[in-house]
Design a protein around this ligand. Structure first.
Ligand code: SPV
Ligand code: MG
Length: 292
């Protein structure tokens, strides 16, 4: 089992992450054979029925992230949006997240409070390069383990600022100590992330989230220079569809058997939540502590 993002970086081939929003979804990410968990702000927001717009604070996300780390044996990269404030907020965040087992964080150069990058037709003003660089330096100084990685996420293409600005920011973030550069795009083809990758070369590893450019494979992205590929929100969207289908069948047919085509067995739930281990431990410790 891979324990850290550094180990993943040292390996050949793409490292593929999938999004999670709680312990159960993180376990499903691991079960499906992905290399690491992406603790997605999009998923965590949606799972709490609020928009991905910096509504949830770090204090609300921390226990969710701790549960994610506890539930999967693969590393977790946490999408921390803008870091919930300035460099000082980032210092506190890194200390708190590293303590609960997080393997790395991804900080984006949106202004706090951010607006979901996937929303269309938005005016976008980015964080200054200096302020973002300060957050990255703060994150690197605050981490305890050299294995903890800091990903710098560039929103310049989404903000319409062009490739030159994206590269200028990448250079600044790399100089500030970022371990990985994420270039984000909401185009329907990967052309602009490919162009960025060509210009960036092998200066430092790159990460990409191909939500909108759906047809490109992880292998094609790797061949274009991306080490990390994140399937960010598909587990949650699948879960919503599964719940909608199950609830619709129940509401329509008014009997529990109606849900059967849309749900897993109770045994599968028991497996995922670790009932076997629980029962073995219960047996082992049964009677302990009782008075003679
Ligand atoms: C997330 O999964 O929360 C991300 C990726 O940040 S995106 O939704 O594309 O911004
Ligand atoms: Mg996010």
């Amino acid at each position: 089992m891979t324990q850290s993002f550094r180990e993943l970086m040292a390996r050949e081939g793409p490292a593929i992450l999938a999004g999670a929003h709680n312990g159960l979804s993180a376990r499903l990410v691991e079960d499906a054979g992905f290399d690491a968990v992406w603790a997605s702000s999009f998923e965590i927001s949606a799972a709490n029925a609020v928009p991905d717009a910096g509504i949830l604070g770090m204090g609300e996300c921390l226990p969710i992230v701790a549960n994610i780390c506890d539930s999967a044996a693969i590393p977790t990269l946490v999408d921390v949006d803008t870091g919930y404030g300035n460099a000082m907020n980032v210092v506190r965040l890194v200390k708190a997240y590293e303590r609960v087992g997080v393997g790395g964080i991804c900080i984006e150069d949106n202004l706090y409070p951010k607006r979901c990058s996937l929303w269309e037709g938005m005016e976008r003003t980015l964080e200054t390069t200096d302020e973002m660089a300060a957050k990255l330096r703060a994150a690197k100084d605050a981490r305890l383990s050299p294995d903890f990685i800091v990903v710098a996420r560039i929103e310049a293409l989404i903000a319409g600022l062009g490739q030159d600005e994206a590269i200028r920011r990448a250079v600044a973030y790399d100089d500030a100590g970022a371990d990985v550069i994420m270039i984000h795009s909401t185009r329907s083809t990967p052309d602009e992330v490919f162009e960025f990758a060509r210009r960036w070369g092998e200066k430092s590893p790159m990460l990409v989230v191909p939500t909108k450019f759906k047809e490109v494979t992880a292998d094609a992205l790797y061949d274009a220079g991306f080490k990390f590929v994140v399937f960010a929100n598909h587990g949650l969207r699948g879960a919503i569809k599964g719940m909608q289908d199950a609830f619709a069948a129940l509401a329509r047919e008014r009997k529990t058997a109606a849900a059967d085509p849309h749900i897993v067995s109770l045994d599968e739930v028991y497996r995922l939540e670790g009932v076997d281990t629980f029962q073995a431990e219960e047996k082992k410790y049964a009677g302990e502590g009782e008075e003679d």
